[in-house]
Every structure is written in C-alpha cells, then in structure tokens.
Ligand binder design. Structure first.
Ligand code: ATP
Ligand code: MG
Length: 397
C-alpha cells in the first residue's frame, strides 16, 4: 500500500476499535488504482463528527457542517468525514441538508463518478458497489446513477467530468456526455470561483486537447465566463502546438489571441488571482511589443528571465514555431549577463551625486539607466572606476 495510506492506517484502526467503520474513499482510491501520485487521503466513517472528536484527543472542526473533522495525529492532519446522504439540492450546487448516515454504500452513492465512488479498507480490500474499478479499467467517466439527475443536483460535476478527462485522458460514457451537453446551461448557476478552480485543473491536464474538444462538442464552453467561451478561440488554440505550455501560458496565449483592449476586465471575470492577472497583462504588453521587435540583451534584462521566457514561448507558439529550445537559450543569455538587476551595479545614485557635484534630480535615474544599458551591452565593465570615467567623459545630462 502507498505510504500516504499507511500513515493513515492507525486512524482507521482507532475508529474501528471504538466500534465504527472507517475507509479510504474518493480520489485517493481512484489514483491508487491508477498508479498515480496520491496527494490527499480522505477517510469516511460511520462515526458522527462528535464521536470522532471523542475518539481523538486532537481535532479541528474544518467542515463540521458537512461532517468533516481534521484529526491531528503524529504531526499530520487527516480529514475524516462522516458517511452522509445529500437530500434535495437547492440552487444546483448545495444540498438543502446533509444527513449523517451509517451506511457506506449510501455514502458512495452520493459521489459524482463511479471511479470516485469506491472505498478501500485498511487491508487494501476494495468496496466497489458501482463498478468503479471496471470504469477505470475501461478508462470511462460515468456518473453514479442517472446523469441528468446528478448534473441537475450539482452542475459543478459537469466541470469536474471534463477536468478529469483532461487529467486522466479518459472518455466520457455516452449518456454522461449527452447529459453534460443537455445540462451545461446549469453552469450559469455555479459560482465562478468553483468553475475557475476546475478550469485551472483542466488547463493543467496533459489531455487538455481532448477536454477542450469535448467542451466544443457539448457546447460547455459557451457557459464559461469569457475568453475560452468562444469556439473559434478554442479552435485556434487547438490548431497550435501547445502541449508544452503550462496553464499560465495558456491563459496568456488565449488572451493574446482574443486580442481585446480590455483584457484586464476579461481576466477579472474569471476571478483569477490578481497577481496572476498582473503577470498575464505584463506578458501581453511584451507580446504586443514582440510583434514589432526582436529582443536585445537590454530588453531581456528589463523584462527579467521569467517574463522573457514565457513571452517568447507564447509568441513562437502563436506562430506555430518550435519552442523546445527557448528556455535553455534564454537561460544561457541570463547566465552571461554581467548584472541581473540595478542592485548588482557597482555604483549607486550617491556615487553619481558625489562625482558630478550636482543636485539630486531625475537625471540620476536617467544616468543610472544608461550605465545599466552600457554594462549589459558590454560597452563598459561593472567597476566603479570605469563607470566613473565613462559617466564623466560624455554621459552627464
Ligand atoms: P482530486 O484528485 O482533484 O482531489 P478528487 O476526486 O479527490 O480529485 P475532491 O474534490 O478532492 O476530488 O473530492 C473528493 C471526493 O468527494 C471525490 O472523489 C468524490 O467522491 C466526492 N466529490 C467531490 N466533489 C463532488 C461533487 N461535486 N459531487 C459528488 N461527489 C463529489
Ligand atoms: Mg481529492
């Protein structure tokens, strides 16, 4: 058994000793069968949250209203969730009420896809009432129960289905796919944050081309907030060799192709983190510049290694060029740079004031910039005496 499971076995044992059932459930069991890395191990139990708190001395109520308690054990945290059924969905996302139950089978039934509806006991035995293992063997994503009902209950499942396609490369079961298309309008009721979280996973997935094609076929894309909500844009992206681009680069490429003056507003509609938006906008302004110019060493220096690399990778992708060497080439350029930032210069503004005997003013910044440029272009070396000579000879304003 994987070591993430092994670390959690004492938790299962203690719960069982107290007279309740406890199992590994959900994504970890699926990923275990798929031989994929396991990140978080979820535990499901017949014990109520209060019963779990009585068993373990150290717990945190992380989601007690849904039945989830974080059990702290030997310096690690384990999420333990009480078996539950979800009766009547409000607003296509939240169940009206959560009922704690004692039946594992019932708990598994409320789960989204058969591959996610398996449990495993502490000896590694699989409890698989909905044939999740067979779905995994056949690489199929299918809902537990009738797809149309399951998507009506919670339309986020539509996004989850397509991001699993992107992560696992699985196909959608025919009925599941048809009902995704029929129910895709319900995505309008789902909060943007939840959609974006799934979209991020989708764009990170190695089978994202397959997922994006399904987004077109099911017309799911038309309920995405902006940018990717246009079939032609998705098709333009699919026509390019984007395999090695990461998720951030895909947002940049998409925004670049969409080419709207108000990119900021469009990115905000996806509620991307503002740091990410700032990075994308900065990359976009360099991309526009890149259409007209070639990089000089000073341009690389000004942009910095990260932006230069991303911009060049996205730019060359947009021209359908090979991008495999860009990162190494730019890395080499930066390795050979005499300075990487202004603070690496062997002089400061104070030195300039001393040497020139002039009042401080905007000229200081201008001279520093020309020193940086001269150093980067290897017209002078980064040494105080040489810089002083150079500045005094002809570069004072
Ligand atoms: P990941 O590897 O991305 O974490 P996951 O399947 O573990 O994938 P989680 O969001 O961590 O996804 O959810 C854990 C489990 O909870 C799922 O495997 C599934 O059984 C159930 N689940 C999660 N979201 C839903 C949902 N919207 N509807 C029904 N069941 C869900
Ligand atoms: Mg998970």
């Amino acid at each position: 058994m994987n070591k993430s499971f092994l670390a959690a076995i004492p938790i299962l044992e203690k719960i069982e000793k107290a007279g309740y059932e406890a199992y590994f459930v959900g994504g970890a069991v699926r990923d275990h069968l798929l031989n994929r890395d396991i990140h978080d191990v979820d535990i499901a139990t017949s014990a109520t949250p209060q019963e779990i708190k009585d068993i373990f001395p150290s717990t945190v109520d992380v989601g007690i209203e849904h039945g989830t308690i974080l059990v702290l054990y030997k310096g690690q945290g384990f999420e333990v969730t009480t078996f539950r059924s979800e009766a009547d969905y409000e607003d296509f996302r939240r169940p009206k009420s959560v009922t704690f139950i004692r039946s594992l089978q019932e708990d598994l039934r409320r789960r989204d896809f058969t591959m996610n509806a398996m449990a495993m006991d502490r000896e590694g035995r699989l409890i698989d009432p909905y044939n999740g293992k067979s779905a995994i063997n056949h690489q199929v994503i299918e809902t537990v129960g009738e797809a149309s009902e399951r998507f009506k209950e919670d339309a986020l499942r539509i996004m989850r289905a397509i991001r699993f396609v992107s992560q696992l490369g699985f196909s959608l079961d025919e009925n599941t796919e048809r009902e995704m298309a029929n129910s895709s309008y319900l995505l309008q009721r789902i909060s943007i944050e939840r959609i974006t979280a799934e979209m991020t996973k989708l764009l990170n997935g190695i089978y994202r081309e397959k997922a994006l094609k399904i987004a077109i076929e099911t017309k799911l894309y038309s309920y995405w907030p902006t940018l990717f909500n246009d079939k032609n844009i998705i098709q333009s992206i699919l026509a390019l060799k984007t395999k090695s681009l990461n998720e951030l680069e895909l947002w940049i490429l998409c925004t670049y192709i969409v080419n709207q003056p108000l990119s900021n507003e469009l990115l905000k509609k996806w509620k991307l983190p503002s740091k990410k938006i700032q990075f994308i906008l900065r990359a976009l302004s360099y991309l526009k510049w890149r259409r007209e110019y070639e990089w000089t060493h000073y341009d690389y220096y000004r942009a910095g290694k990260e932006i230069s690399t991303v911009v060049e990778r996205v730019y060359q992708t947009s021209l359908n060029q090979d991008i495999s060497k860009i990162e190494t080439n730019i890395e080499k350029i930066f390795m050979r740079m005499p300075i990487l930032s202004r603070s690496d210069l062997n002089i400061s503004g104070e030195d300039l004031l001393k040497w020139c005997n002039k009042q401080a003013g905007p000229w200081v910044k201008e001279v520093i910039e020309s020193v940086e440029k001269a150093v980067i272009n290897k017209e002078i070396i980064n040494e105080a005496a040489e810089i002083k000579r150079w500045v005094k000879s002809c570069h004072l304003p």
